[in-house]
Design a protein around this ligand. Structure first.
Ligand code: COA
Length: 177
């Protein structure tokens, strides 16, 4: 994409990331969530990505550690959230570029699957499907239609189970209810 670079966040980006999240969501909850994840064990610095254009941050996407709890095993997977693009820069493919790059990075690191709480119409274009179709439960107070999963490795979600979001994310949902 012309003039847009996707790369992992650095310390110097933090203010710019806050601005993107606050502008896109029109509230501060998601910016606070990003900060809270950064200070939690679920944080993976290389998987908090920024879209940079013309010397400023115009988009941000975070992926962090979650678990898939199955009868016989407990597997590390990734949760994607939040994701945002400056309103002045939306509808130009920046969000899609962030998701595509994030999924490539997740696959490269050997994660078997990614989960997101989001718009089914948006994430289905990247191959995400409802978690319930895979017989997966989850520990969040949200409707089953918005919990979406993507296998990065064939059969990575076979066997059903429960997606366990880390405490930091759970607290965010509890606080915003
Ligand atoms: C959702 C968001 C990240 C998309 O970023 P983007 O750079 O505009 O995305 P792209 O240009 O790659 O794709 C745009 C397409 O996404 C889809 N889209 C955007 N917002 C959507 C929404 N709320 N619901 C469903 N689809 C949506 C549309 O099909 C749009 O297509 P169009 O440009 O032809 O109208 C951005 O609009 C945003 O920051 N929104 C506010 C925060 C938010 O809701 N984040 C997602 C939380 S899951």
């Amino acid at each position: 994409m012309a003039n847009i670079t996707i790369r992992p966040e650095s310390f110097d980006d933090l203010h710019g990331i806050d601005i993107v999240n606050i502008s896109a969501f029109e509230e501060e909850d998601e910016a606070r969530l990003v900060t809270a994840i950064r200070h939690s064990p679920a944080y993976i610095p290389e998987l908090s990505l920024v879209a940079e254009g013309h010397d400023r941050i115009v988009g941000h996407l975070m992926m962090f550690l979650a678990q898939l709890d199955q009868q016989s095993r407990n597997v590390n997977i990734l949760a994607l959230a939040p994701m945002s693009v400056l309103p002045s820069h939306s509808h130009r493919g920046i969000g899609s570029e962030l998701v595509t790059t994030a999924l490539e990075q997740a696959k490269k690191r050997g994660f078997p699957a990614v989960v997101v709480v989001g718009y089914p119409d948006y994430y289905s274009r990247f191959g995400f499907e409802p978690a319930w179709l895979k017989k997966l439960d989850y520990n969040l107070p949200v409707a089953k239609e918005v919990v979406l999963v993507l296998e990065l490795e064939e059969g990575g979600l076979n066997g059903g189970g429960t997606i366990i979001y880390p405490a930091v994310f759970h607290q965010f949902y509890e606080a915003s209810r």
